[in-house]
Design a binder for this molecule. Structure first.
Ligand code: ADP
Length: 207
């Protein structure tokens, strides 16, 4: 069992997925709360019976998965729908992610949580927090290109997230993603060596 958990976060488009993949390539286990949310709301997902009960058949796709566009429209029109959606999904995500962190056999787990800074629960679970940081202009350009969104929509998403300064304030480590991917790779490789040492020290201290 792996007892060492490194929380990974960053603003939208900062490069969290890239950094998570690089840690996995080094040998870390990845527990990704976004991926878990997708599993829970996919065909036969564990959240689907409760979501169908709460929101009706209109939020179901023919294959039984959540119709994300329909759900987004409901949430946009009604703030209580968002609260209800979160009340169903969040406990399940917390539970599954916790189980997966506990049962991992890797030397340490990267727990990827986009809103880690905003959530006390996840912060408490982490032995350490690594933040992916990049200049805001680059962040905006990447999300516009990746998601095909206009600039003002990207800015609205960013405004709903913690600020760059708030994230950096809780960071134990920072991966700067402001240039070539190779530069990111080298930072992750150095952090991987550090996390191997720290996780081994934690195991030793608990014996
Ligand atoms: P996040 O998971 O934080 O939203 P991603 O890792 O998906 O961010 O990166 C956002 C987008 O920017 C993706 O399309 C990714 O391929 C691209 N990207 C991220 N970092 C770099 C980089 N160093 N060089 C070129 N493209 C990058």
């Amino acid at each position: 069992m792996s007892g060492y958990v490194v929380g990974l976060t960053g603003g939208i488009g900062s490069g969290k997925s890239l950094v998570a993949d690089l840690f996995v390539a080094q040998g870390a286990a990845l527990v990704d709360t976004d991926a878990i949310a997708h599993e829970l709301t996919g065909p036969g997902g564990a959240a689907m019976p409760a979501l169908a009960e709460a929101f009706g058949a209109g939020v179901l796709r023919p294959d039984g998965a959540l119709d994300r566009a329909a759900m987004r429209r409901l949430v946009f029109a009604d703030a209580s729908a968002k609260a209800c959606l979160e009340a169903i999904l969040h406990p399940l995500i917390r539970q599954l992610s916790s189980e997966r962190c506990q049962t991992s056999t890797a030397p340490y787990v990267i727990l990827a949580v986009p809103l880690l800074v905003e959530s006390g629960t996840y912060r408490e679970r982490c032995d350490r927090i690594v933040v992916v940081d990049c200049p805001e202009d680059l962040q905006i350009a990447r999300v516009m290109a990746r998601n095909g969104l206009p600039r003002d929509e990207v800015l609205a998403i960013m405004a709903a997230q913690a600020s760059r300064a708030e994230r950096l304030a809780v960071a134990d480590d920072v991966v700067v993603n402001d240039g070539e991917r190779a530069k990111v790779h080298d930072q992750v490789a150095a952090l991987h060596r550090k996390y191997l040492v720290l996780s081994a020290e934690k195991v030793k201290a608990s014996c």
